[in-house]
Design a protein around this ligand. Sequence first.
Ligand SMILES: [Zn+2]
Length: 484
Amino acid sequence: MEFEPVIGFEVHTELKTNSKVWCGCSTEFGAPPNTQVCPVCLGMPGSLPVLNRHAFDIALKVGLALNCSIPERTYFDRKNYYYPDLPKNYQISQQYEPLGRDGWFDIELPDGSCKRIEIDNLHLEEDAGKNIHPEGQMHVDYSLVDLNRAGTPLLEIVTRPDLRGKEEAEAFMRGMKAFLEYLGASDCKMQEGRLRFELNISVRPKGSDVLGQKVEVKNLNSMSVVLKCIDAEIERQSALLEQGGRVAQETRLWDEEKFETRSMRSKETAYDYRYFPDPDLVDVVIDNAMKERLAAEIPELPLARRARFVSQYGLSDYDARVLTAERQMAEYFESAVSVHNNPKTLANWMLGEMKSRLNEMGEDATADDFPVRPAALAELVRMIDDGSITGKIAKTVFPEMVASGKSPSAIVEEKGLKPLDDSALEPIVRKVMADNPKMVEDVRGGKKKAIGGLMGQIMRATQGKANPAVVTPMIERLIAESEG
Ligand SMILES: [Zn+2]
């Protein structure tokens, strides 16, 4: 029997605020453990939370951009459970009146078609701390708790089970990451846990319209892990059903070493958490003025920007898609174009040399982290365009720019990479022609392509410092002179 997966996501993203959601502690990543804490985020009795206005604004803006219906009044609930990284023994979340409901998010599939994914709800809550389990040490029988992250504003976006396989899941994750970055809602660094995807997945016989029993999977720390997990769960659940078994209602954890999920606990229900409105926080009234103000702050989103890149800069659809997939990349491009108006060549450099180097810098590296700034790349392309260097030399200048951060003109000056002038070039061209009479004969006989052979030799002889735009007419002139 053939099975198809039915997939939904719970997206958790830490919002980009300087301070936590109920107190003034910093949300900076990487500080020494337990240095960014206060009585509120430590859960001390008697301490009182105060809502971070900026966090609320960002969450509401995401809700508006996801086309959610927004209530006139919202409030916060306590989700009660015990875990060492949660010192209050409850998480402040939203259960009964979330910030947004019934929205949608359009994703683009690899074949260029669009699919609308429904958003069930979106709510604002707080992140927990982190348990640290010392590894690789003998006789360690304890764990450590770091509460720096406790109380960081966390937005949860819950989709309906609208996705039907890995390809769609990948398109959703990439699209959602770009969307949150464009909005400035989160910096989305997955390695720092700023963006996490939890999976709801079930399988059913292909063609059936009844939903199977879903399983929730946690501990998925990158997009590639989510995709591996989808394969593993399709296989596990299909095998169970084939053998006449049943899929249990449970939460499972991804085991990175074994490449499979394992059971964590039977799935809890909302009743288990004893949700009730948090009496320490007041309701938030959301009026039209507030919604209008935030809606006006929603920037041009990826799909719109991509269409503009095609119409305004004449880029191919593919190039525009790659350049707009990340906000930082798109901004880098536009800022380079504003310095030197050659969009196509700039796009080629960014998608080729720059992107491959960015990939080497790691999964979270963005154009903002790239050592060559947009104006310097624009200068490099301008130097090619006005003939101050050859394209071939530019390829050797670029890695120097990456390594040293110096401007292309400084590197060209320092290393003597300027193209040879006519008087230096001509003897070399003459020599190559004298050494290759057959090629010269072919050019004379009208084979334009034969010039390429001579050009290659001349490039080698000059170490790339010959400008093809100068060499070609020079060869033609010398041939004409020898005939005359
Ligand atoms: Zn605090």
